[in-house]
Design a protein around this ligand. Structure first.
Ligand SMILES: Cc1cc2nc3c(=O)[nH]c(=O)nc-3n(C[C@H](O)[C@H](O)[C@H](O)COP(=O)(O)OP(=O)(O)OC[C@H]3O[C@@H](n4cnc5c(N)ncnc54)[C@H](O)[C@@H]3O)c2cc1C
Length: 441
């Protein structure tokens, strides 16, 4: 019998298994796909590195500490590219201001938009857990800031709809500035809290290198779908396609809808609740082009431009991932605003994307492309999200030895998932060592 089983080999599952292993346990990881990674999906082909999922990770503390521990050399893009970002506005790529002074001095905002920004420190704070990102941003910074900056940015992070996303859960760092300092501008000046929280990072061989290095030496069963969890006398049995596995403790690191299905025999109604978490679809197209790319990181597109594209990254500006005479542009399509596109056939999506790219960058055709449809890509931290967090807590409380991690609990990014998986693995270690029940989330 295994002390610990981890279900899912994305960043959450691999980090959890690595943490357990470091503490002296010998976890088994069960993964349904023939490879590890989950939404970290790196292809290495013809001397190119193609990222069809996670593109890069911000070099935050815990991630960089692992990088060092694993003896990996982090790669960062040149500053002139990392700090130059665009928004597609009224048929043109406009450079987005990169610091507060530029917001006021560049022509990115109208004079009314700038005056509205200056009023922000004088607007009283409000505590409304049901406020959407749109309402929060319009109230504090004005509609122009919402339309030109936040709405495209929210598309970039969540592929989401700011009218539905919860300010409290989806932009918790920014909302916390209002709660703590009464103003986003005052708070960010005091805490230097806005802007990127770390350098954009990848590795030789792409982001999967990080997870591969971490996973080496861990017992991983690939192409092994976990189907059901049952419990008898404090022992859990996991039914998989290839047989039954018994264990004292399980860390579930799958998306919410899979966790819901797995947990149905332990907690029927609560686990059904997890299946209610909405996911936005995203289609990723990584295109090899001969056309030169503008300087910079990439661009985002506000919804009023009516495109199926959400934006694109100038990937080959950031890291050396292709041959000298070509470039790679990574295009994102769909999201909440164009959910319907996820049901289109590949050729139709491609043909529409090419039309849009021709208008935006003059790119007419691709030398080659790589295509991936993520039908349930990103969990949406929508208004009322608290109920899902409470459900996760309740499921864990009622099932000693079950721990739940994943990007739908304390933030969606790679860093958020990594941090939360470490936290849950440490609780699992405590449980295994002392029989101590769950710490509070
Ligand atoms: C297209 C895309 C681009 C992104 N880009 C970025 C980015 O650039 N930077 C960033 O910080 N974040 C990005 N993210 C978000 C972030 O990185 C992810 O949220 C994070 O990687 C999630 O990791 P996870 O391990 O929690 O889940 P996942 O990566 O979804 O892994 C879950 C794993 O569980 C497995 N599984 C599911 N059900 C079962 C089962 N029944 N039995 C066995 N195995 C099962 C799955 O196959 C999968 O491998 C992106 C996400 C997507 C989808």
């Amino acid at each position: 019998m295994k002390d610990a089983v981890v279900i899912g080999a994305g960043v959450s599952g691999i980090v959890a298994a690595y943490t357990l292993k470091k503490a002296g346990f010998d976890p088994l990881v069960i993964e349904k796909e023939p490879h590890i990674g989950g939404s970290t999906h790196t292809l290495r082909e013809d001397g190119r590195i193609i990222e069809l999922g996670v593109q890069s990770v911000l070099g935050q503390e815990e991630f960089m500490a692992f990088t060092k521990e694993l003896n990996l050399k982090p790669l960062h893009p040149p500053k002139e590219h990392a700090n130059t970002r665009y928004v597609y506005l009224n048929g043109q790529l406009k450079r987005m201001p990169s610091n507060p002074a530029e917001f006021l001095t560049s022509d990115f905002f109208s004079i009314f938009g700038k005056i509205r920004l200056l009023r922000e420190p004088f607007i009283p704070p409000k505590d409304d857990p049901k406020e959407s990102i749109s309402d929060f941003v319009t109230r504090r910074l004005g509609k122009e800031f919402l339309d030109k900056v936040v709405e495209p940015f929210v598309c970039g992070i969540y592929a989401g709809d700011p009218d539905k996303l919860s300010a409290k859960y989806a932009v918790r760092r920014v909302k916390a500035l209002e709660d703590e300092y009464g103003s986003i501008i005052k708070g960010s000046m005091k805490k230097k809290a806005l802007g990127p929280q770390g350098e954009i990072t990848s590795f030789e061989g792409g982001l999967l290198t990080f997870l591969e290095k971490m996973a080496s030496g861990i017992d991983i069963s690939l192409e092994s779908v976990a189907l059901k969890i049952t419990k008898k006398d404090d022992i859990y049995t996991i039914d998989t396609k290839s047989g039954k596995i018994q264990t004292k403790s399980i860390l579930i690191a799958t998306p919410a809808y899979s966790a819901s299905y797995l947990l149905r025999n332990l907690t029927w109604s609560m686990s059904a609740e997890l299946d209610q978490i909405e996911y936005a679809p995203v289609i990723v197209i990584s295109a090899i082009v001969k056309h030169p790319l503008p300087k910079g990181f990439g661009f985002l597109i506000p919804r009023k431009e009516n495109t199926i594209m959400l934006g694109a990254l100038f990937s080959s500006n950031l890291f050396k991932i292709c041959k000298e005479d070509e470039n790679i542009i990574t295009i994102y399509v769909g999201g909440e605003r164009r959910k319907d596109v996820a049901d289109w056939p590949e050729e139709k999506i491609l043909s529409e994307v090419k039309k849009e790219l021709k208008k935006i960058l003059g790119i007419e055709d691709f030398e080659k492309y790589y295509f991936k449809k993520w039908k349930k890509a990103i969990p949406q931290y929508n208004i009322g999200y608290e109920r899902f967090i409470n459900t996760v807590k309740d499921i864990e409380k009622m099932n000693e030895g079950v721990f739940i991690a994943g990007n739908y609990i304390e933030g969606n990014s790679f860093n958020d998932s990594l941090r939360y998986a470490m936290k849950k693995a440490n609780e699992q270690i405590l449980f295994l060592k002392k029989g101590v029940v769950h710490a509070q989330i």
